[in-house]
Design a protein around this ligand. Structure first.
Ligand code: TZP
Ligand code: MG
Length: 217
């Protein structure tokens, strides 16, 4: 896949944005320069069924306008149904190779990993990229586990140089550069973007830090 699309990977669902509208937040983040969006609809009050499908379709349309890949978290059937660009699964979300078979070779498949072994298995089973985390403390995911530290990014990047890595978990604008310098192609964030007052401006600032670290300038 095109690694540059992973640079600033925004993740959100309706439960991450207070009483704002997800499409408004997404549009501001797209204007600010996110390079991928993942719809992750989880937790109390999360949309389901037709409501979730309608939201996914709207997110997809908006992402298409900005030529930004639209990824669905967990729900492989929904991803296929709405024609998402890809799907992201965790270690508990089923057999990775089977998901690859189901979505075909064209869609992006991302897998959350927590060790070198996880990353190797994901790569062998057809993942296009791996998420590594949580790198730092996070309050955005229940049972996220203890931070794995940025060293794991470097280790996986060394062992699997061809596998794009996205760091996740507690990443802020200040920490983003470090994650990239350890060997990640990009940073994934919920709260740093979703909780910000001026989403567009904050996104633009984070994008600047990530771009700077990516080019090594
Ligand atoms: N997976 C590992 S940590 C995490 C997910 C989905 C939450 C990331 O959210 P934040 O707010 O950027 O720490
Ligand atoms: Mg999952």
């Amino acid at each position: 896949m095109d690694k540059s699309k992973l640079q600033l990977y925004f993740i959100a669902g309706t439960t991450n944005i207070g009483d704002r509208n997800l499409l408004d937040v997404l549009q501001a983040a797209l204007k600010g320069g996110i390079t991928t969006f993942q719809l992750r609809e989880k937790g109390e009050g999360a949309l389901q069924g037709d409501d979730l499908k309608a939201l996914a379709e709207q997110c997809k349309q908006l992402c298409n306008k900005f030529k930004v890949p639209f990824i669905v978290n967990d729900d492989v059937d929904l991803a296929v149904e709405v024609g998402a660009d890809g799907v992201h699964i965790g270690q508990e979300d089923g057999d990775i190779a089977k998901v690859r078979e189901k979505i075909g070779s064209e869609k992006i498949l991302g897998v959350s990993t927590h060790s070198i072994e996880d990353a190797m298995a994901a790569s062998d089973a057809g993942a296009n990229y791996v998420g590594i985390g949580p790198l730092f403390e996070t309050t955005s995911k229940e049972n996220a586990g203890a931070p794995v530290g940025t060293e794991l990014v470097r280790q996986v990047a060394n062992v699997l140089p061809g596998l794009p890595i996205v760091g996740i978990g507690g990443i802020t604008e200040r920490k983003a550069g470090r994650v990239i310098r350890e060997g990640a192609s990009g940073v994934a964030m919920i709260s740093a973007i979703a909780n910000s007052e001026d989403v567009e401006q904050v996104t633009r600032a984070i994008k600047g830090s990530v771009t700077l670290a990516s080019t090594g300038v």
